[in-house]
Design a protein around this ligand. Structure first.
Ligand SMILES: CS(=O)(=O)N1CCC(Oc2ccc(-c3c(C(=O)NC[C@H]4CC[C@H](C(=O)O)CC4)noc3-c3cc(Cl)c(O)cc3O)cc2)CC1
Length: 384
């Protein structure tokens, strides 16, 4: 994207200014409290500052990427999307919150969300382009700086899309079709329902490809609730679904590929435990898929490790359990976004437990946001 000198110096000046502010993390409780008495003007005043701050913080890190990654066609494309979106939001920097401007702001946010919908795939393509242009393999210093950057880029992207979704759902075209939901948050998200949804959809893909799939068993353990009601929490169902869907796909692939169906009529079931404690809600997915050597289990969270040549569109259809190779690292980011986590515990020769940890209390579920500062930029200089 060619930038004319005047425009370039303007953007550089604004980037330097907005990147000096730290992003302001919000908790699930704050999202809920604001959404229950939502005021569009207050949201507009907050977002027209916070969105450029979050965009500028990650744009400064994009600029620190090594040239042979930054100058790939794909990463240049992503960079230009960020520049364009940064400029578009800045148009509201001093605009009064009139009805017209509020409406224009909402549609601008929708355009920005759509512009950035393919950032993950495009970055994956950029990593592949870089590897293709590299004569030798990528050294581990470079690999760890790319891992560090992509984790921060995608966490920033998750957070920006969360802010945009809350505003456009609360104040967009259909504000009253929310039911009990507050934006993309469900105040009473029933964990077992999302587990079943994700399982059924992963099972459909598994049956399509392998013509067989393991059964599901769910157990809930909620010592704090005498009525033994299903465990519910305030969360973003789509985030939880994304994590569960990826983990079920992995479990099903392992179970089907590592169990000799001739010997046993039925595949060992996938067992899910949902437990609520004072601090955490845990969702443990246990399978008998043969497990992975410990030396390999860390690799599964690596973007570079899994960045095999992207499946072609037809592959994605014919090899449905394969993805772009970012399923697990991205799922862990969704869990970490509100201070949860995903941990893999594998027993080679037997199977794997994948545990999703969620914060049980919404005022402890704070956004985890990357901050551009001397420390983060040193990391790039050290490993570039
Ligand atoms: C980056 S990504 O998110 O896009 N994605 C990560 C996932 C990967 O696909 C998978 C899927 C399953 C497995 C797998 C095996 C397995 O396959 N064992 C048998 C081999 C063990 C090494 C052995 C060897 O090479 O030594 C050769 C056999 N066993 O346990 C699991 C397992 C993994 C996860 Cl993460 C899980 O949640 C549940 C599981 O049961 C491995 C890889 C695509 C890429």
């Amino acid at each position: 994207m060619r930038l004319f000198p005047v425009r370039l110096s303007n953007i550089t000046r604004m980037l330097d200014m907005y990147s000096q502010f730290n992003p302001s993390p919000l908790s699930i409780k704050q999202f809920m409290d604001f959404g229950q008495n939502a005021c569009e003007k207050k949201s507009y005043i907050f977002l027209r500052k916070e969105l450029p701050v979050r965009l500028a913080n990650i744009m400064k890190e994009i600029a620190l990427l090594p040239d042979h990654l930054l100058n790939t066609r794909s990463v240049s494309q992503v960079s230009s999307w960020y520049v364009q979106s940064f400029e578009e939001v800045l148009e509201f920097e001093k605009a009064e919150p009139t009805h017209g401007n509020l409406e224009k702001f909402c549609s601008t946010l929708v355009h920005i969300r759509n512009r950035h919908s393919d950032v993950v795939q495009t970055m994956a393509q950029g990593v592949i382009e870089m590897k293709e242009h590299q004569s030798g393999s990528v050294d581990c210093g470079m690999e760890s700086s790319i891992q560090y950057f992509l984790d921060r880029l995608y966490m920033s992207r998750i957070s920006i899309r969360m802010l945009i979704n809350q505003h456009t759902i609360l104040f967009g075209q259909f504000p009253n079709e929310q039911g009990r939901h507050i934006g993309c948050l469900d105040p009473a998200c029933q964990i077992s329902s999302v587990v079943r949804d994700a399982y059924e959809n992963a099972r459909f893909l598994c049956d399509q490809y392998y013509l067989i799939s393991p059964e599901l068993e769910i157990i809930e353990h909620n010592p704090l609730d005498k009525g033994n009601n299903p465990i519910r929490t305030v969360y973003v169902p789509s985030h939880l679904y994304h994590m569960l869907f990826e983990l079920f796909k992995n479990s099903m692939r392992a179970v089907v590929e590592n169990n000799d169906q001739d010997k046993c009529e039925k595949l060992p079931p996938i067992k899910v435990l949902i437990a609520e404690g004072k601090e955490d809600i845990c969702v443990k997915i246990s399978d008998q898929g043969g497990g992975i050597p410990r030396s390999q289990s860390d690799q599964l969270f690596k973007y570079m490790y899994s960045t095999a040549p992207q499946p072609s569109k037809s592959d994605l259809h014919t090899v449905p359990l394969a993805g772009y190779g970012y399923g697990l690292p991205l799922s862990r980011l969704y869990a970490r976004y509100f201070h949860g986590d995903i941990v893999l515990l594998t027993c080679e020769g037997y199977g794997t437990d994948a545990i999703i940890y969620l914060k049980a209390l919404s005022d402890e579920a704070n956004e985890l946001l990357p901050i551009f500062n001397k420390t983060s930029s040193k990391f790039y200089r050290a490993t570039v």
